[in-house]
Ligand binder design. Structure first.
Ligand SMILES: Nc1nc2c(c(=O)[nH]1)N[C@H]1C(S)=C(S)[C@@H](COP(=O)(O)O)O[C@H]1N2
Ligand SMILES: [Mo]
Length: 201
């Protein structure tokens, strides 16, 4: 069987090389990538909203968020700039537990994630309904580091990692799709790494 050099390195590191999507390479460290600066956050005034096409919009304080049922996932991260990191674990709240609170309307088909400083990213609602999607406040057993999105980030395992907005402040449910920050800069709207959906041009 033919293996690229990147796949061979994955096999040498003891992982199944088919975990590596096309055009990616494995990294052991966790790179930091974002536009702009790391925002200052005061948990006392911080809140998290779920709104739009829902029966029951919510605004949660940090304490209220901690009281929701917590879940853990372990996923592989794939960045459009070609690094992949295997087996990052996250702890946070699954979409299904938020959905129980907000009760999405039948018209809710897309999600626009809103982060600090106007950053946005868009995914179809199905991408959040997958078992391993969540809003996360811990990674690898520790509170998120500020560069990685503390206090809260989105984790959408099925897409390139730019969809996983750091410093998340809200999820807006929509009946239509709206491009997010990187999508407006020419990144692919769907961002499926198995199909190498990197750019839209
Ligand atoms: N708020 C915000 N979230 C963001 C970004 C950003 O610029 N701003 N960049 C995205 C991109 S391009 C990537 S690859 C991942 C990187 O996450 P990491 O720095 O934790 O590796 O965050 C995503 N989330
Ligand atoms: Mo990225």
């Amino acid at each position: 069987m033919f293996r690229s050099r990147a796949e061979q390195k994955v096999a040498d590191a003891g992982y199944d090389p088919t975990r590596l999507p096309p055009g990616q390479y494995l990294t052991e460290k966790w790179p930091v990538l974002h536009a702009g600066g790391v925002p200052d956050t005061d948990l006392a005034t911080w809140d998290f909203k779920v709104f739009g096409e829902v029966e029951n919009p919510i605004v949660l304080t940090w304490e209220q968020l901690q009281e929701l049922p917590a879940s853990e996932i372990t996923i592989d991260i794939h960045c459009v700039t070609r690094w992949s990191r295997f087996d990052t674990s996250f702890r946070g709240v699954h979409w299904r537990d938020l959905a129980e609170l907000v009760k999405p309307k039948p018209s809710a088909r897309f999600v626009l994630a809103h982060a600090e400083q106007g950053f946005t990213s868009n995914v179809p609602l199905e991408a959040l309904e997958q078992k391993r999607a969540m809003i996360a406040y811990e990674a690898d057993g520790e509170p998120l580091e500020s560069e990685h999105g503390w206090p809260l980030r989105l984790v959408v395992p099925s897409r390139y990692f730019w969809k996983s907005a750091k410093w998340l402040r809200g999820l807006e449910l929509l009946n239509h799709d709206e491009p997010g920050f990187w999508e407006r800069y020419g990144y692919h709207n769907d961002a499926d790494y198995w199909k190498e959906e990197r750019y839209s041009f």
